[in-house]
Design a protein around this ligand. Structure first.
Ligand SMILES: C[S@@+](CC[C@H](N)C(=O)[O-])C[C@H]1O[C@@H](n2cnc3c(N)ncnc32)[C@H](O)[C@@H]1O
Length: 258
């Protein structure tokens, strides 16, 4: 598996706290007022269909998909603790501990695949795309969200009063010497802060590299969305609202198996 051990450990060690966080909509504002509304608006018709959520966490999305009258809503996640919570909170869904790089379901067994903010924990996405392609029936969709590489290409620095994130070209007017801050094009392993002082591993890759991995697996890109936050976010967190209206944090692909 290419998800880092410290990432899996973090989700196991913080499974209860993570679940509470996503359940309180005013706390998990990036979910409730930004990513989930955009993902849900892109769902195909899944009534009476068999669906799977990959990296399902504590199962909230699986429950939402089930509420749309699916015939079966399956959720898989690499974290045993999150799957235990998902099973107990959402008993009408079907949850399994599974690595989304090695999906233990037969070929052509699902009508729709969904994955929210999980694939960027994996280094090489081609295996996952190929696995999802394999388990989907022809003409089915795979909808997934992930970190936006514009955001993860930026380099962080700080001075006494400011925290700064930049992707910049700085050219000295006299010497013409050019300094590049940040890196968009190269794949990069990142230390991503989750919580007060813990880090997990995420992977930065350019949109071009992601499109290459999608094509290698055989999918067609049906849609690509860089969401904006819902207006309701403004009163809850004006700074996040201002930022997300200018600089994307996440992006969404809707892929089709033909
Ligand atoms: C940010 S959480 C998102 C959870 C859920 N999709 C949601 O939106 O609340 C990322 C999830 O991806 C899971 N994950 C990371 N790598 C994975 C892998 N290789 N296979 C399956 N799940 C994985 C983590 O355990 C975690 O539950």
């Amino acid at each position: 598996m290419s998800t880092d051990k410290r990432t899996i450990d973090w989700y196991n060690d913080n499974a209860e706290g993570y679940t509470k966080h996503v359940q309180i909509t005013t706390e998990s504002i990036y979910h409730s007022y930004y990513e989930k509304p955009a993902m849900y608006s892109l769902l195909p018709d899944i009534k009476n269909k068999k669906v799977i959520s990959l990296g399902c966490g504590s199962g909230e999305d699986s429950e939402y998909l089930r509420s749309l009258e699916t015939s079966q809503s399956v959720g898989v996640d690499i974290s045993e603790k999150l799957i235990d919570i998902a099973k107990s909170n959402h008993p009408k869904c079907d949850f399994r501990v599974m690595d989304m790089e090695k999906i233990n379901f037969p070929d052509s067994s699902f009508d729709f695949a969904y994955s929210s903010l999980a694939i960027h924990y994996i280094e090489n996405w081609t295996n996952t795309f190929k696995e999802v392609y394999r388990i989907l029936k022809p003409n089915s969709y795979f909808l997934f969200s992930c970190g936006h590489p514009l955001r993860s290409s930026m380099t962080a620095s700080q001075n006494e009063t400011e925290k700064i994130r930049q992707l910049a070209i700085i050219k000295n007017k006299i010497t013409e010497e050019t300094t590049i801050v940040g890196n968009y094009l190269d794949r990069n392993k990142l230390d991503t802060k989750l919580g007060e002082k813990s880090f997990v591993t995420t992977y930065h890759k350019s949109i071009g590299e992601i499109v290459g991995e999608i094509k290698e697996a055989g999918f067609l890109i049906e849609d690509f969305v860089e969401p904006k936050p819902l207006p309701r976010m403004e009163s809850i967190s004006p700074n996040d609202f201002k930022r997300l209206n200018k600089i994307p944090e996440f992006m969404i692909f809707k892929l089709k198996k033909i």
